[in-house]
Design a protein around this ligand. Structure first.
Ligand SMILES: Nc1ncnc2c1ncn2[C@@H]1O[C@H](COP(=O)(O)OP(=O)(O)OP(=O)(O)O)[C@@H](O)[C@H]1O
Ligand SMILES: [Mg+2]
Length: 238
């Protein structure tokens, strides 16, 4: 059961939104998902409270450095994916969560390029590799991308990160009202009302493509999907 964490030392990069999109998409596909809410603002915990019980999805709140490992250990047999939402910081909980992750997703705003916050996480990953011989696969996901952000600009960002050996997801997360709306109304993109939320179909397509790309990054393993067991194969990116 892969542990996927969302980290960027800068606040507001889109970690919580991306974590919720991934978790709800995976749960909607039939995977059992636990979101570990390590964001001190507890947005996902609040989202869960207004959403009510959701099939295949559990949210763990009030997590500490000491309790994180216990949650992962105790729930590993009941969960297909752990999704960890982290604070916009580089503190002990962020470092511990990254050390326990199978893949670290680093959301970077396509328009603002949170270079410093992302670089702090990349430096931390490099230090873990150097000092502890712990190579944790990681990828940047561009977020809040609008039509104002040109393909040329995105390619330039990808080029810069690729030069540092950083994998960048092909699917950027767009700036979408629907993604904000989830936190207002609760529920998932599947339960939002298309008559009330503009471009909901585009938002759903975007979240599905993002989740699909993340799943492909996971090492090959046996995952439970609905009632059947299937082998999900994927490639490992660093
Ligand atoms: N793809 C998106 N489309 C529309 N709004 C977004 C998107 N991603 C993030 N936002 C908005 O940007 C703000 C910050 O996003 P979010 O809370 O996901 O960032 P964060 O990195 O988790 O922040 P923090 O470091 O404070 O925890 C929120 O108001 C959120 O609704
Ligand atoms: Mg957050």
């Amino acid at each position: 059961m892969p542990v996927i964490s969302f980290a960027n030392a800068k606040g507001g990069a889109g970690k919580t939104t991306a974590a919720l999109l991934l978790a709800t998409e995976l749960a909607g596909q039939g995977h059992r998902v636990a979101i570990i809410d390590c964001d001190p603002q507890q947005w996902i915990t609040q989202w869960a409270e207004i959403s009510g019980p959701l099939h295949n999805l559990e949210v763990i709140s009030q997590v500490s450095v000491a309790s994180l490992q216990c949650h992962l250990r105790e729930m590993r047999d009941q969960v297909d994916f752990f999704v960890i939402d982290l604070a916009g910081a580089r503190d002990a909980l962020v470092t511990t969560a990254i050390g326990l992750s199978d893949h670290v997703m680093i959301p970077v705003q396509g328009s603002a390029m949170d270079a410093k916050g992302a670089a702090q996480i990349l430096d931390l990953l490099a230090m873990m590799k150097e000092k502890a011989n712990l190579a944790i696969p990681h990828s940047v996901v561009l977020t809040r991308v609008t039509s104002m952000v040109t393909t040329k600009a995105l390619l330039a960002i990808k080029g810069l990160l690729a030069a540092r050996g950083v994998n960048v997801l092909n699917t950027p997360i767009g700036e979408r009202i629907a993604f904000k709306e989830l936190f207002e109304t609760g529920g998932t993109l599947r339960t939002l009302d298309a008559a009330r939320v503009s471009n909901l179909d585009k938002a759903r397509e975007n979240a599905a493509a993002f989740a699909q790309e993340v799943v492909r990054l996971m090492p090959a393993r046996v995952v439970r999907s609905g009632k059947s067991r299937l082998v999900a194969s994927g490639r490992l990116a660093a």
